[in-house]
Design a protein around this ligand. Structure first.
Ligand code: CP3
Length: 333
């Protein structure tokens, strides 16, 4: 069993497994070299050999405990025939949403469209580099996907004015998203994913009164579904204010925390295994500071089942030698 599984299943507190969100990606020169030649990001995700290679790149360099599959949460709208493009220095841009068409798609149609993702998982899972490690599959949470599919771009500058106007469309879209997320989760597990992480990157955009409808109900349904497949679920509701309440309602196997929440309070109030927390910007400073901050998290969660990770994805400008230092430091703790 991998160390991550031991932390999750046996609630081990003497192990300090580590993996990093966005560990496969833009801060690695070997990734950038591939990316230069493959300008269409979605097409790159759908190239099983390259996707597997990129997934394994960080494991070749660092003693990480998990491989997270190189794909994207926006592969779901792509699978439902919504146009998804990644524009340099802008981010994702999506095409118009064709609800009538989407509501008619079958599981087979969707699975066929993104089948190379599943092939990549098989390749990764069968590679020697992932022996005794965990292969992590992932999805975007229903709310975060609804945001991208309706807003058609990142909501960094806020949601579009009439985002909540068409309540019927929103309700129906949430149902469709939830249905295909379950298919996507099951397909990933059938291909070898041993853990599923649910990224709710925009959970922090909602008011408390809207959390039931957009976050708690649909995410709980996904978590419950994944548990029936006997696979543990990590939830990352970035920006949510009340992590305790989130855990009480959703009951994930692991809660991944963002860098804005006080880890001391989390360790005190939350009993389930915890992952993450450290601000990715710390990796842009110096080794001494990095050691101090990483040690702070390890100390706080010393007697708690804890998986080291960051409080959001590793930043593109991160120097790989800082990642190397971090992984060694956590392993030697
Ligand atoms: O963690 C990993 O290394 C696995 C691969 C992975 C990617 N995206 C690859 C990627 C994962 C787990 C994601 C999740 C994802 N994608 C999230 C949730 C996590 C988060 O960051 O909040 C979100 C919101 C997206 C949507 C997305 N994809 C955005 C906003 C962008 C552009 C900005 C950015 O972060 O790069 C992407 C592109 C993307 N996804 C890249 C990678 C490696 C960069 C593509 C490039 O080279 O230009």
């Amino acid at each position: 069993m991998s160390d991550i599984k031991k932390v999750i299943k046996d609630k081990k507190t003497d192990l300090n497994p580590i993996w990093i969100m966005r560990q496969a990606g833009r801060y690695l020169p070997e990734f950038r070299k591939i990316r230069e030649k493959h300008t269409n990001f979605i097409r790159l995700c759908l190239n099983s050999d390259l996707s597997a290679e990129i997934t394994l790149q960080p494991l070749k360099r660092f003693d990480l405990d998990a491989a997270i599959i190189f794909s994207d949460i926006l592969i779901l709208p792509y699978g439902l025939n919504q146009k998804v493009e990644f524009v340099k220095n802008v981010g994702p841009i999506l095409g118009d949403l064709n609800f009538n068409q989407m509501s008619k798609f079958t599981a087979n149609f969707f699975t066929e469209r993104i089948n190379p993702v599943y092939k990549a998982i098989e390749l990764v899972q069968n590679n020697k580099l992932t022996e005794n490690k965990s292969t992590i599959g992932f999805v975007g949470a229903p709310w975060t996907l609804l945001v991208y599919m309706l807003n058609k771009k990142s909501p960094k500058q806020g949601l579009k004015k009439n985002f909540f106007e068409d309540k019927v469309l929103i309700t129906e879209m949430l149902k469709i998203i939830e249905k295909f997320l379950k298919i996507h989760i099951k397909n990933q597990i059938n291909s070898g994913a041993e853990i599923i992480q649910i990224f709710d990157s925009w959970a922090g955009l909602l008011n408390n009164k809207d959390l039931d409808k957009y976050v708690y109900n649909p995410t709980f349904s996904l978590v419950e579904f994944t548990k029936t497949l006997d696979v543990p679920v990590i939830c990352f509701p970035r920006g949510i204010k009340d992590y305790k309440k989130y855990c009480d309602i959703i009951q994930p196997d692991v809660i991944c925390i963002d860098y804005e929440i006080d880890p001391v309070q989390i360790a005190k109030n939350i009993k389930i295994p915890v992952q993450g927390g450290m601000n990715p910007k710390i990796l842009l400073t110096d080794k001494e500071n990095l050691k101090k901050e990483a040690k702070r998290y390890l100390d706080i969660f010393k007697d708690h089942p804890y998986i080291f990770n960051l409080g959001h994805g590793v930043l593109p400008e991160t120097n790989p030698t800082m990642m190397e230092y971090l992984v060694k430091m956590v392993k030697d703790y």
